[in-house]
Write a protein that binds this ligand. Structure first.
Ligand code: 8ID
Ligand code: ZN
Length: 348
């Protein structure tokens, strides 16, 4: 397989700076890495946070973003035994971790104190050739539609893990904020496939239609509902057993501490910069509610999330656009107008 010396990428030199579509060198894999010819990459709101520099953790600069990359292995380092040239592989947010610390040992590798993060501390999938640690890279079965599977590599894994974390049982209500966005459109489907009864919370007719088409049992518009909490409590006959927060909004979290069902669990996933959870302690205690964080997923969660996709019970419905048009997706996301997930085609 011939590997070019240079390739197209979207790169920025400072946070919030110009998103340049240009030729950059193709990286060489380290002994424990594979080189993936990225065909498609999903665009996650995390990529927008990274570009803007929203979070207390600094990004590498200059940076190639992207962490939902699906492609073909074209080269591998000397220590790699679990991938062959020509295999399909996926680039995840957690590009690598130490595998030796307390958290890696417990399968909580996203909490490793020395993580390597794709599209954040390591150049990611908004380029045609990217490197990934072979032990952490996702295995994608041959014959899979690489454009459609790409969003599973972050959005799918993350929402699947959050739903595993939420303590709800089959038949119980799970409210999902940000349900019409990238993570949300997958969360509604995973929730349904896992036996829960999803209620979608987002705004606008396009997102309402998407959520109901994907299997949500109800939709509450956070912009137009006269009393969102009351509407959710009525729909769920007493409040949802769990709430999964994918919205990039602090207010959504505070509201949910009021409408969540007694003994219910609130799972924080969305990462609005500088935000805090506010929960009134008296009702928090007497309703015995739980609030948890959930951060991507481990290697087993990855394989399980991909298996739901392979069985066809979860679809990504991703919209494919050229890599050179990535800035347009950021604009739509910023305005809350991105319906579902966008995927970039790295060949254009
Ligand atoms: O591991 C993790 N915890 C993880 C993994 C991946 C992504 C966390 N994230 C984070 C991202 O960094 C981002 O902060 O999850 C968040 C959602 O990512 P996304 O799904 O990729 O974003 P999106 O497609 O823009 O969707 C966000 C949706 O939230 C809605 C918007 O309308 C949009 O559809 N929304 C907002 I903004 N405010 C809302 C509110 N108050 C709301 N929905 C309901 N109520
Ligand atoms: Zn992501």
């Amino acid at each position: 397989m011939s590997i070019p010396k240079t390739q197209k990428a979207i790169i920025f030199e400072k946070n919030g700076g110009e998103l340049q579509y240009k030729d950059i060198p193709v990286p060489t894999p380290e002994p424990d890495q594979i080189l993936i010819n990225v065909k498609y990459s999903g665009v996650c709101h995390t990529d927008l946070h990274a570009w803007k520099g929203d979070w207390p953790l600094p990004t590498k600069l200059p940076l190639v973003g992207g962490h939902e990359g699906a492609g073909v292995v074209v080269a591998k380092g000397a220590n790699v035994t679990n991938f062959e040239i020509g295999d399909y592989a996926g680039i995840k947010w957690l590009n690598s971790s130490c595998l030796g610390c307390e958290f890696c040992n417990k399968g909580a590798e996203s909490c490793c104190p020395k993580p390597v993060l794709s599209g954040y501390t390591h150049d990611g999938s908004f380029q045609q050739y990217a490197t990934a640690n072979a032990v952490h890279a996702a295995k994608i079965p041959k014959g899979t539609d690489l454009a459609q599977v790409a969003p599973v590599l972050c959005a799918g894994i993350t929402v699947y893990k959050a739903l595993k974390t939420c303590d709800a049982r089959a038949g119980e209500w799970v409210a999902i904020t940000g349900a019409g966005g990238g993570l949300g459109s997958l969360a509604v489907q995973y929730a349904k496939a896992m036996g829960f009864r999803p209620i979608a919370i987002d705004a606008g007719d396009d997102k309402k239609k998407l959520c109901l088409d994907l299997g949500a049992e109800g939709f509450v518009d956070f912009k137009t509902s006269p009393d969102l909490g009351k509407e959710i409590v009525e729909l769920t006959n007493g409040g949802p057993h769990a709430v999964i927060h994918l919205a990039v909004a602090e207010a959504a979290v505070t509201q949910s501490t009021e409408y969540v069902r007694p003994t219910g669990t609130i799972v924080l996933v969305g990462l609005p910069g500088g935000a805090y959870v506010k929960s009134e302690i008296f009702s928090h205690v007497v309703k015995a509610i739980n609030i948890k964080g959930s951060y991507v997923g481990n290697r087993a969660d990855t394989a399980e999330a991909l298996d739901f996709y392979a069985r066809g019970v979860v679809k990504s419905n991703a919209k494919v656009i050229p890599l050179s048009e990535l800035p347009k997706v950021y604009e739509l996301m910023e305005q809350g107008k991105a319906v579902g997930r966008y995927v970039v085609d790295t060949s254009k």
